[in-house]
Ligand binder design. Structure first.
Ligand SMILES: [Zn+2]
Length: 62
């Protein structure tokens, strides 16, 4: 199946199943306990927002 990145901790692992998203059972459980897909979505939006803020700061300091 090849290498993949754990959606919870970000570590790379060897994928054993097509649908596998996490490096371990612990990560899968923690992921669902922490809010699942919703948390991922918020995290992605947060990152985009931070990057936008960074660009604005850079422009402002020029
Ligand atoms: Zn993991």
């Amino acid at each position: 199946m090849g290498n993949s990145q754990c959606e919870f901790c970000g570590r790379s692992y060897t994928k054993k199943r097509q649908w596998q998203k996490f490096c371990s059972r612990t990560c899968r459980i923690e992921f669902h306990q922490s809010g699942g897909e919703e948390v991922l979505r918020l995290r992605r939006e947060n990152k985009a927002l931070r990057e936008r803020m960074k660009t604005i700061t850079e422009i402002a300091s020029q």
